[in-house]
Design a protein around this ligand. Sequence first.
Ligand SMILES: C[S@@+](CC[C@H](N)C(=O)[O-])C[C@H]1O[C@@H](n2cnc3c(N)ncnc32)[C@H](O)[C@@H]1O
Length: 356
Amino acid sequence: MVELVEVKEGLARILVPKTEWRKGPGTSKTPVFYNPTMEFNRDVSVAVLRAAKRKNIRVLDGLAASGIRGIRFALEVGEIDLTMNDWNQNAQNLMKKNCEINGLNAEITGKNLNVLLNERSFDYIDIDPFGSPAQFLDSATRALRNNGILAITATDTAVLCGVYPKVCRRRYMAEPEHNWCMHETGLRILIAHAVRMAARNDVGLKPILSYSADHYFRVYLTAKKGAGNANRALENIINVDFSEREWKIGGKTGPLWGAAIHDIDFLRKIEVEDHFGTKKRLYSMLSLWESEAEMPMFYHELPYISSMLGKSTPPINDIIEKLREIGYRADRTHFSPTAVKTDAEFRDLKEIIIKN
Ligand SMILES: C[S@@+](CC[C@H](N)C(=O)[O-])C[C@H]1O[C@@H](n2cnc3c(N)ncnc32)[C@H](O)[C@@H]1O
């Protein structure tokens, strides 16, 4: 018998197996998975679903484990038709118990997620796996209803960031890059893969919120059915070429998503709820996501460029201000606290760092 402990998250109160919790991806060794580090991930998903909500939508928590995410959707979004799925029998039993504790009557299924996705359709599909979501993308993009949302987590960031290029080629059919910009490159490879898998099913996907945090990437994409929408989505798939500190379109890295990773209008609809355990973090992330939403792809790491120039790293706000003074757009990015997104010529950025 495994000892259960009660945890509170958002408006939910749930039982989970007692384990030694540590920062990072969590362990798949417990009878039912629960990772407190992912509270921010779940707070964001509640906020996104609230912002996107229409009446009585069909919501699937596809890899539900303890049910914490789906239960939070039911309690904090409301008026949804919720299905929670996990092929682990212990998880199904615990989800039932957790639904009772929270006074909910959700549907609980125990199928291989790919089988369920081949049988049913949903308006919101959440895929939060151990590692890569790649194996579920084909069936998920077929199961999405028109105007639906696909939410995916990838914890295989080392693969997407080019530490294991052979795995990235197999799993995402893409050439990764292991450099100063690998988090944005990896996230864009993940988006491109989802878009390409959807296109095979005549579905056009577009990211509305995409981010890198802790040990994972997370992307929310909206679906529009039809071959024309799929074709238009594919027009945003590109390859790039990285040199030592710069990049240009065309080259070996990719395929990756070459357009906006957030939808600014959607971001403005997101509300931070008072009961979110990570509300401070969400406020500051939202502000960074908004500032980078309409900026060009990729970023410049000031410490790298400064060391290349034999200078100490200047304060980031000074650099942003100076770039703006000479007419460029410049802002911070959520990918790194020491990086700048800008449309400036690289030689002008270098000049500013040299003179600072
Ligand atoms: C990382 S955990 C999910 C965590 C959960 N979403 C949360 O927020 O706490 C992944 C879960 O997926 C389940 N799983 C893995 N592969 C599956 C599959 N092909 N079909 C159904 N369930 C699967 C595992 O049993 C595990 O409980």
